[in-house]
Design a protein. Structure first.
Length: 295
C-alpha cells in the first residue's frame, strides 16, 4: 500500500490539470452538449493523464541524482529513496503499456500522438533538455499535442490559430517556470550546483526579455484569432473580441503572481490556489460559450 501511495505521489496527479487542454476543442467547437463528445474527451483526458504521469515517474528515475540537489525535488519519493527505482519503473511500465493498449483500441490517431509524445519525452530527458530554448519549445509542443488529441478523438478540425496560441501560451508558462527555478536555485545553499543543465545557460535578464516577447505575441495572436474573418464566419459572430479583457487579465495576473508574489514555478499551484486567476479563467470560458450560444 505504501508503495502504491508513493507511486501515485510520483505520478503528480495534481499536474493532470495540464491535460484539460484536451477538452478545449470540444468546448470551442460547441459540442459540450453531446454526450458522445463529452465521453470521448474525458476518456482521452484520463488515458493521456496516465501516460503523462508514467513519463513523470521515468523522468524522476532518470534525474534522481540531480533532483537530490534541488531544494524542493530532493523530497520526491524516488529522489529521497523512499520509492526504489526498480519498483517505480516496473509499476509505471505496466501502467503505461495498459494505457497505450487502451488508447490503441480507442483511437488510432490518439495512439500515434501518444507514442510521439513518449518518444519526444525520452529524447527530452536524455539530451534535448540540455539545449537552451529548445528545452522550453519541447514542453510547448507537448501542450499542442494535447489539443490535437482533443481534436482527433472527436473528429474536430482545429484552427491553426488555436494551435499557435496554445504553443505561445505554453512557451510563456515554460519561460516563467525556468525564471522561478533559476531564482530559487540561486538563493539556495546549493545555488552553484548544476541541477538542470539548461538553467546554466539562462539568466534573469534574458528570461525576462523572452517572457516580454512571448506575452506580447500571445496576446496579439489571441486578438488576431477573435478578429479573424474566417473565425467569425465559422462561429457566426463578431462579438468574440469581448473576451479579450479576460485573456489580458489572466496573463497579467500570472505575471503579477510571478514577479510580485514569487510564484510561477508550478502552474498548477496558481490555478488551484489563486482565486482571482481561477475565477477569471472560468468566466472567460463561460462568456465565450454564451457569445456562441446567443449570437
Amino acid at each position: 500500500m505504501k508503495t502504491l501511495f508513493l507511486l501515485m505521489k510520483s505520478m503528480r496527479i495534481y499536474q493532470w490539470v495540464k491535460n484539460t487542454f484536451i477538452l478545449a476543442p470540444m468546448i470551442f467547437a460547441m459540442q459540450f452538449f453531446h454526450i458522445d463528445y463529452i465521453v470521448h474527451a474525458l476518456v482521452a483526458f484520463f488515458l493521456f493523464s496516465i501516460v503523462a504521469s508514467c513519463i513523470y515517474v521515468f523522468n524522476d528515475c532518470f534525474d534522481k541524482e540531480k533532483d537530490r540537489l534541488h531544494p524542493d525535488k530532493k523530497d520526491r519519493p524516488i529522489a529521497s529513496g523512499d520509492l526504489p527505482v526498480r519498483k517505480a519503473v516496473l509499476l509505471s511500465s505496466i501502467l503505461l503499456i495498459v494505457s497505450l493498449f487502451a488508447i490503441f483500441e480507442f483511437n488510432i490517431y490518439f495512439f500515434f500522438i501518444s507514442v510521439a509524445y513518449i518518444i519526444m519525452n525520452i529524447l527530452y530527458s536524455s539530451y534535448l533538455k540540455r539545449i537552451v530554448i529548445l528545452d522550453v519549445i519541447i514542453i510547448a509542443i507537448g501542450f499542442v499535442m494535447r489539443v490535437k488529441i482533443g481534436g482527433v478523438v472527436n473528429h474536430i478540425e482545429l484552427s491553426p490559430w488555436i494551435l499557435v496560441i496554445t504553443f505561445l501560451l505554453a512557451i510563456f508558462l515554460g519561460l516563467i517556470k525556468r525564471r522561478q527555478e533559476l531564482i530559487k536555485i540561486s538563493a539556495s545553499e546549493n545555488g552553484e550546483v548544476e541541477t538542470r543543465i539548461a538553467l546554466k545557460q539562462y539568466n534573469l535578464s534574458f528570461l525576462d526579455q523572452l517572457i516580454s516577447i512571448t506575452t506580447a505575441t500571445t496576446l496579439i495572436s489571441y486578438v488576431s484569432y477573435v478578429l479573424n474573418p474566417d473565425i467569425q464566419l465559422k462561429f457566426k459572430t463578431k462579438q468574440l473580441y469581448l473576451t479579450v479583457p479576460f485573456v489580458v487579465f489572466g496573463i497579467f495576473r500570472y505575471l503579477y503572481l510571478t514577479y510580485v508574489k514569487g510564484k510561477g514555478e508550478n502552474a498548477a499551484e496558481i490555478i488551484f490556489s489563486d482565486i482571482p486567476f481561477t475565477f477569471n479563467a472560468f468566466v472567460w470560458v463561460l462568456f465565450f460559450i454564451l457569445i456562441l450560444l446567443y449570437q
